[in-house]
Design a protein around this ligand. Sequence first.
Ligand SMILES: NC(=O)N[C@@H](CC(=O)O)C(=O)O
Ligand SMILES: [Zn+2]
Ligand SMILES: [Zn+2]
Length: 350
Amino acid sequence: MTSVMNELIIRQPDDWHIHLRDDAALAATVPHVAHQFARAIIMPNLRPPVTTVDAAQAYRERILAARPVGSTFEPLMTLYLTDTTTPEEIAKAKASGFVKAVKLYPAGATTNSDAGVTAIEKTHPALAEMAAQGVPLLVHGEVTDPAVDLFDREAAFIEQVLKPLLNKFPDLRVVFEHITTADAAAFVRSAGGNVGATITAHHLLYNRNAIFQGGVRPHYYCLPVLKRERHREALVEAATSGSSQFFLGTDSAPHAKLTKEAACGCAGCYTAGEALEMYAMAFDSVGALDKLEGFASLHGPAFYRLPVNERKVVLRRQDKVVPISYPYVHGDTLVPLEAGSVLPWTFAHV
Ligand SMILES: NC(=O)N[C@@H](CC(=O)O)C(=O)O
Ligand SMILES: [Zn+2]
Ligand SMILES: [Zn+2]
């Protein structure tokens, strides 16, 4: 007997990778994440980047102040790793209680990564302290060598950086962020339980054709860029496998409309307002809705050694219209992924 699931009640998910930006942008981004998720790992790629515990604390206060009245949303803060991050700052981060991880951006790999790491060896003192203290390293896993094809940069990063890094620091806890390839999914599975990965909704739903459907579609452009269909299928397989190494991270990355729809448009898809609807579509597409709670609400807390959320939420098979745009900073707007589309799922609190 086959049955269609029309309503899915799960523990409230967390988002293990999101960009909220700062100041006026928080009025747009925080209500979205706080509605869908109980907690979120907040990326530190501000200008200037969040490189100290003191800066993370101040940023955390600004996020908390932007929460809707009554919201209990909890931002989990991260530090931006640089060539000069000290072991002392790592120890301070661990002791703070609110800094949960440290983010590695290879310099030049993505948005606001120019202050990132220029050579991984320079970070060895900080990484040794992180391994000792159990502080997770979150990685944007793409090499920056312009000679490497854009679509191959994640696979190259595994061989050139990640494998040597884990050989040197076998106990380091690593999250391979926003994985986009079969290579990355296979690598994570072959690594120990100290290695996990986040997967976005857009990398589960689309392949690289989406960027060129009838013309160039800037809102589907993000980094790492969407890949071929066989990679998308491998990501869906990993996300729905039940393996606790894979968990939800939207990588929702707001950029004002004018900076996306431009001759040199910014990388990033904005999905925070409709993320769970999109993940439900991806899981439903392979009949794996029963695996969504593990991926969205259980595996991440297990990796980060945090309690699971007690509150329940519901996904209903009910149409939801994605707004054409949301208000954003300086009178500009924010165009969500699938703006104007009708999604077959609707997220609500129970
Ligand atoms: N994913 C993106 O395309 N962009 C992110 C940066 C990142 O996560 O690499 C951003 O901050 O805009
Ligand atoms: Zn990234
Ligand atoms: Zn990101």
